[in-house]
Write a protein that binds this ligand. Sequence first.
Ligand code: MSP
Length: 562
Amino acid sequence: MTKEKGAYYITTPIYYPSANLHVGHTYCTVMADAMARFKRLQGYDVMFLTGTDEHGQKIQQIAEAAGVTPQEYVDRVVAGIRELWAVMEISYDDFIRTTEDRHKLRVQEIFRKIYEAGDIYRGVYEGWYCTPCESFWTDTQLRKNKCPDCGRDVVRAKEDAYFFKLSAYADRLLALFDEHPQFLEPETRRNEMTQFIRQGLEDLCISRSSFNWGIEVPIEDGQVIYVWLDALSNYITALGWPELGAGAAGAAGATDVKENHDKYDRYWPADVHLVGKEIVRFHSIIWPAMLMSLGYPLPKKVLGHGWLLLDGGKLSKSKLAEGGQGAKSRNIVDPVELIERYGVDALKYFLLREYTFGQDGQFTTEAMLKRVNGDLANDLGNLLSRATGMNDKYFGGAIGRPDAIFPDGPLASAGAIPDAAAIEDRELISLALGTATKVEDHMDRFEFNHALESIWELVSRSNKYIDETEPWVLAKDEDGRERLGQVLYTISESLRVVSILIQPFLVSSSTKIREQLGLGGETLRWEDSQIFGAEKTFRTSKGESLFPRIDIEKELAAIDEM
Ligand code: MSP
């Protein structure tokens, strides 16, 4: 396929492999995957990056408690994360681990460069440290003497350390938000960050000497780089940037370091860093300041999404540890379990359709099951089984394009629909032809829920079309046969359009629909969702139902019993 649309680089945060991921973590990755697939379908040359953030005191402590080395510990958890993404059909192009040589050597290079630019100095760190969040806080930042992010206890810490001159970048950061408001969205986050900077930025402690599970500071033994400088750098180290000094890779005995500047040249600056709201601060203040110091271009956009909440609080790994269920609310928060019970597409659809980007939302299994039954089983699944069932019954599955409605072949605009077409055909065809544009508009604004809503308008209209045209009545009489053929072709075409539109969101369902419609497995093209009457002849066959209906009460009771 030609990639005339250019490059598109999208990232997720790199996850802490301190424990298995819960459904809240999958939210961001599912959105990033849908966007990456959407852009690929449109012909963009997409780079979709995810990975794991493996250093820091917390991981070291957990590994020690588990009686294994930190490396052994993260290797095990990371293997599980990669398996999860495989099951969820997450189409990342690269998976970066911060323990890889290709990353470590470049982080040291980044440290060196910022030091040489005069933005790193040695000092004494004294302040409050939240171990679970790996965050340092000043007196004023604490909330009721606790970590302002997670509300847990903080400890007093004092040690020699390196500092990054973040304070020197306050004016340039304010100018960035002012001159390029699209750099940070939603607006509420931008306002928060502007206020945060105006309160006064302190220099940032970027090394520690009290633990050793980290990348060594390249200019002094006994210090390791503090996780955020390490972590944020992944977005460029994965692209093979910065270049390593001659022989650096060999000298360090690295085996996984490849000099590949093409990727940096092609994909940087990133089009979007998708991140949760609590780490917007790191991505919109520290990361741009680091890049300014390095003299590298800034990402085009940082987008902060909201949280999935359980019983009003943030979903957390400890709730996962309680056996995959949230307290007293009949909820499953382990994504593996949700997928085993309801399927990947059910989970993806729910995450993308239920929540509004940027806002928090409640997670409940019940809400998910309602969506699955309503939108997936009743609307989409039913449309497919009705269509293929009637095609089989009345025409042995062979449905040809009717000349009366398509005298000149496929239609590319509503204006081209012939006058001879019935009103309900006209309505359905024009809606189908216009849906792709609506989806594009919503996706431009990361409104996954509205994009799906638009597609489901077409699904519902198609079901309504069946009710209006009553194919079973037409079938009773030989005179109705021509019209019956027209009706069944129109429904099949509508399903073909739907199969393309949903592909970025629900990969397996798209494939299943296409199989039942008898369409080949060729690479899909987004443009083909903007024409109606593309298929000359369908050879459809009714297959398994896409989404079996769930007895919600029974299912919730069964979860209770677990
Ligand atoms: N390692 C850092 C990110 C470094 S990026 C250079 C980190 N890791 S994390 O595993 O704690 O969180 C990763 C992402 O998961 C964050 O964006 C966070 O917002 C998201 N989520 C964690 N719990 C979540 C919910 N309950 N709901 C939605 N997203 C959530 O932070």
